[in-house]
Design a protein around this ligand. Structure first.
Ligand SMILES: [Zn+2]
Length: 404
């Protein structure tokens, strides 16, 4: 049992966040059991974090574990960047001991960044994905994890046989689905250019029948889009996935930048979800996410770091980038916070467990101290988002356990 005296910043909606001064968050086992104003608190076992801001743990909707170590390697666009930097680095994860060490390093960094739930791609090897699951289970990491699938247009070191790609994915799903409450499998065709139509179709069919999650990339870069149209002969990128049966309510598409109205309509009709990765989109000069159109049509989205094209795991940094990467559309701190916490929890169907600080929800919380001269107050959220690096993390708690 812990009683933490702190100041709470809580997301309420994409328009509103609340600031609550001098509150006591009571934690028992893995849950928040009460939030009480200091003046109403009875009891004396208090931990004094009154100089700190408490926020719910952050959610990263799109991140590549196996690319953690090649962040920041410049290339002018997506396709040459994949060839030159990503594929050689992912190939190293064929070695299980390398993949295991990397997973340890990655999860530690996730915790340090305050991410308490992540949706993860691993390298296209069973061993890499198995290692990612085992280490996650050992370190109490909450995540959806999937082995990247690729059976064409792929360097030999990463190329999978179509049968084996799906068979291995199903094996991993069967092994890990239902094993732990906060850890599950997500089917992960990399993107249309490296997946045969048949592989996508069979994956979509299996995942739909088993109510499993699917993730892939969609419409990131204009050369990629032209390539997809040429490869599959459909009118648009989204149509390839629609025809292959990959558009479901449990499908999470990374990027989704250059979509026409018809494509947006297809995504909306399927109730598909979007992971918006602003830092990555500008690192690779992919383009600007049409935030106002996505909101107008009512597509559910949340933020992803997209490490390794994203440069950091810090979701506060990506929240800031969400604002900066809109030319004309101001993104409020409350909206940015919502899309790294409660909004993403909702998108995942987990809003009763995670995403905000509330009695009954998991005790996933972050304690940041304010910089000298900045007292906790209603402007703290805005300041935290715009100069996060000056707010040291004092503690990261996941399921009631201190992880940092
Ligand atoms: Zn990605």
């Amino acid at each position: 049992m812990r009683n933490i005296l702190c100041n709470i910043i809580n997301p309420l909606s994409d328009q509103q966040a609340e600031f609550l001064l001098n509150q006591i968050i009571s934690i028992e086992a893995d849950k928040i059991i009460a939030i009480t104003p200091r003046k109403d608190f009875v009891g004396n076992e208090l931990e004094d974090y009154s100089h700190c801001l408490a926020l719910p743990g952050f959610i990263d909707l799109h991140v590549h574990l196996s690319q953690y170590r090649m962040r920041g390697k410049f290339e002018p666009a997506l396709l040459p960047w994949l060839e030159k930097h990503v594929f050689p680095e992912e190939a190293r994860s064929a070695d299980m001991s390398y993949a295991t060490e990397l997973a340890r390093m990655f999860y530690k960094a996730l915790y340090q960044a305050g991410t308490t739930f992540a949706v993860i791609y691993t390298a296209p090897f069973e061993s890499a994905c198995e290692a990612a699951f085992r280490v996650a289970a050992e370190m109490g990491v909450k995540a959806l994890i999937g082995m990247t699938m690729m059976d064409m247009n792929t360097p030999v070191a990463l190329l999978q046989d179509s049968q084996q790609s799906l068979g291995t994915s199903i094996g991993l799903f069967e092994r890990w689905h239902g094993q732990k409450p906060d850890l599950d499998y997500i089917f992960t065709p990399r993107f249309a250019p490296t997946c045969s139509f048949e592989l996508m179709q069979r994956t979509g069919d299996y995942a739909t029948r088993h109510k499993a999650w699917i993730q892939t990339h969609l419409s990131e870069n204009t050369s990629e889009i032209a390539w997809v149209k040429e490869l599959f002969g459909f009118e648009s990128y989204t149509e390839v996935y629609a025809e292959a049966g990959l558009l479901t309510e449990r499908s999470l598409f990374g990027h989704a930048i250059h979509l026409n109205d018809r494509e947006l309509g297809l995504l909306k009709a399927a109730d598909a979800k979007i992971a918006h990765c602003p830092d990555s989109n500008f690192f690779l000069k992919s383009g600007e996410f049409s935030l106002s159109r996505i909101e107008e049509i009512g597509l559910e989205y949340g933020l992803g770091s997209d490490v390794g094209a994203g440069t950091t795991l810090s979701m506060l940094y990506h929240a800031k980038q969400m604002n900066y990467r809109q030319g004309l559309f101001p993104v409020s701190p409350a909206k940015a916070l919502y899309h790294i916490t409660l909004g993403s929890a909702k998108l995942l169907g987990m809003e009763n467990q995670i995403g905000s600080l509330q009695p009954g929800k998991a005790a996933d919380l972050l304690l940041f101290s304010t910089p000298p001269g900045f007292d906790p107050g209603p402007d703290s959220l805005s300041q935290l988002i715009f100069f996060a690096s000056e707010f040291p993390v004092e503690e990261v708690i996941v399921n009631g356990k201190s992880r940092l």
